[in-house]
Write a protein that binds this ligand. Structure first.
Ligand code: HEM
Ligand code: HEM
Length: 457
């Protein structure tokens, strides 16, 4: 972009590296997701290739979307907006770059270990001990860079995005350590019910204390910028922040309503899952009021479009989530594809869309050039949006079929032929998302490395 001083452009190395990381792993993670979905329609597909078994590639897919695509995308934006908001350069670009390199080494090590069958076999905490230590280390490094940047600030006011980014990084470093039982390297687990409680305290907080605050931080930055409206209310933004911390931190037991955990813990989890409506609506009212009368600006800006759509899907996934915490609803929705549908709307539709929005917001600003192709970015937007909407419809229908069959005492194998066509549909829709990821990767690489000054249509 003309007018941005060269030294400032050079100072965005970390943000660039996070963008590239996110785009590359998005493409790889969806490819692995397609393989996993392929197994569900043809279980013998590649069945004799040990390292590509369903049980190995499922956790690879999930860890890659969480730690490869969404988190680095959102952190890339944070490494841009924190220095901007603090009116000071990032504390150390070298440290930032080293962190991104270590982040990628961690991911590669994790993938190799999982595909070789080395797993701790706890959902969202599959990674083995050495990789766990590396994950905690990279979060610690990100935090050091952030907090030292904030210490050097020339702006006394800490805008809410900075709160969210710092909280996400500190709390994830801590809950990751606790949830992965890092002090027990041999198993990475406690025993029995306490282990399940600890695991889901952590597992839930991957969404509640990592993806959600990082995504809200980006939305709070991008929407006022794109609409050129000031944030509707700073008081509401703080209410939403503290509301999230108070309510979201301890509701992981809603994943265990069918398990003999203490009843008081289940009651707290259910009540506060419903109470989540408060911080969610406080955030949404604040953002949507900020964007009021400016939908034209949002539509005209690709970053605004991604982020705003992410906020709408946040509304959807949160209302759905609060309902899913009710035991009466879970009788139908637990243990089946309804939850997988919810997972894709949350992680891709909400957090992933906002990560892509953040990425498209910063790309021209960290390269000093226009985006390589606005057309390709729009194409990616529609591929991902149609893909995630299609996933939601298909997986919700499959979930309802499975849930009702379960309730009626039907055996699992009798239901399989009935859901087969939906699984075929899921793979077909998955192609759209995977295509979107590759289109995005191409656009990001062209913008970062080979872009001329002129914007393509
Ligand atoms: C008010 C907000 C939310 C509430 C109350 C909520 C509630 C729930 C509940 C009760 C479950 C467990 C369902 C079951 O096992 O039967 C669940 C699963 C899940 N949620 Fe949410 N959710 C919320 C928002 C989100 C968001 C924003 C994301 C993503 C960023 C998300 C991602 C997930 C994922 C990935 C799972 C699947 C976990 C698994 O593998 O079992 N949720 N949620
Ligand atoms: C090509 C597109 C994709 C396909 C075909 C796909 C397919 C799958 C499959 C087959 C599973 C395992 C479900 C099961 O065990 O029954 C899964 C799980 C999951 N996927 Fe994807 N996926 C895709 C893209 C994504 C993206 C882009 C994200 C997030 C950004 C994502 C997030 C997740 C999560 C969080 C789970 C765990 C769900 C749970 O445990 O409930 N997926 N996906």
């Amino acid at each position: 972009m003309p007018g941005i001083p060269t030294e400032e452009l050079e100072s965005h190395l970390t943000a660039r590296a996070f963008c590239l990381t996110s785009a590359v792993w998005f493409a790889l993670a969806t490819t692995v997701g397609m393989m996993a979905a392929g197994y569900l329609i043809a279980p013998d597909f590649m069945a004799n290739i040990g390292f590509l078994q369903f049980g190995r590639i499922r956790p690879i897919h999930v860890n890659l979307v969480l730690f490869g695509f969404v988190t680095p995308g959102l952190l890339g934006a944070a490494h841009y907006y924190i220095p901007k908001l603090m009116r000071t350069p990032l504390y150390s670009q070298k440290l930032g770059l080293a962190t991104v390199i270590l982040w990628n080494i961690t991911l590669v090590t994790g993938v190799i270990a999982l595909s070789a069958g080395h797993t701790q076999a706890r959902e969202y905490a599959e990674l083995i001990w050495p990789v766990d230590v590396m994950v905690v280390a990279v979060f610690a490094l990100v935090f050091v860079n952030m907090i030292l940047t904030i210490r050097n600030r020339r702006e006394p006011i800490l805008y809410v995005s900075v709160w969210y980014a710092c909280a996400a990084v500190v709390m994830t470093g801590t809950t990751y350590f606790i949830g992965n039982v890092v002090w027990r390297p041999d198993t990475g687990a406690l025993t029995g019910i306490p282990d399940a409680i600890l695991l889901w305290f952590y597992g839930h907080n991957i969404f509640g204390l990592l993806l959600t605050p990082l995504a809200l931080g980006v939305a709070y930055y991008v929407i006022p910028k794109v609409t050129r409206n000031p944030l509707y209310s700073h008081s509401l933004s703080l209410l939403g922040f503290w509301g999230l911390l108070v309510v979201y931190t301890h509701i992981g037991t809603h994943h265990l309503l069918q398990v003999p955990v203490p009843t008081w813990l289940k009651v707290i989890a259910i009540v506060d899952s419903i109470a989540m409506v408060i911080p969610v609506m406080v955030f949404l009212i604040n953002i949507w009021y900020t964007a009021r009368d400016r939908l034209g600006e949002i539509h005209g800006d690709i970053a605004g479009k991604f982020v705003f759509t992410g906020t709408i899907l946040y509304f959807f996934v949160s209302i759905q989530g609060s309902m899913m915490a009710l035991p009466q609803v879970q009788r139908i929705t637990h243990f089946n594809n309804w939850v997988v549908g919810h997972a894709h709307v949350g992680v891709l539709g909400f957090a992933g869309m906002i990560a892509l929005g953040g990425l498209y917001y910063i790309l021209p600003r960290i390269t000093g050039k226009p985006l390589y192709s606005r057309f390709l970015a729009d194409l990616q937007y529609w591929l991902v949006l149609i893909g995630v909407s299609g996933f939601t419809v298909v997986l919700t229908i499959v979930g309802l079929i499975q849930g009702n069959a379960w309730l009626n005492g039907e055996t699992v194998y009798r239901v399989l032929p009935e859901i087969h066509p939906y699984y075929v549909l899921r793979v077909s829709i998955g192609f759209l998302i995977a295509a979107g990821a590759y289109v995005g990767l191409y656009n990001v690489v062209r913008t970062l490395f080979f872009n001329g000054e002129t914007e393509r249509p």
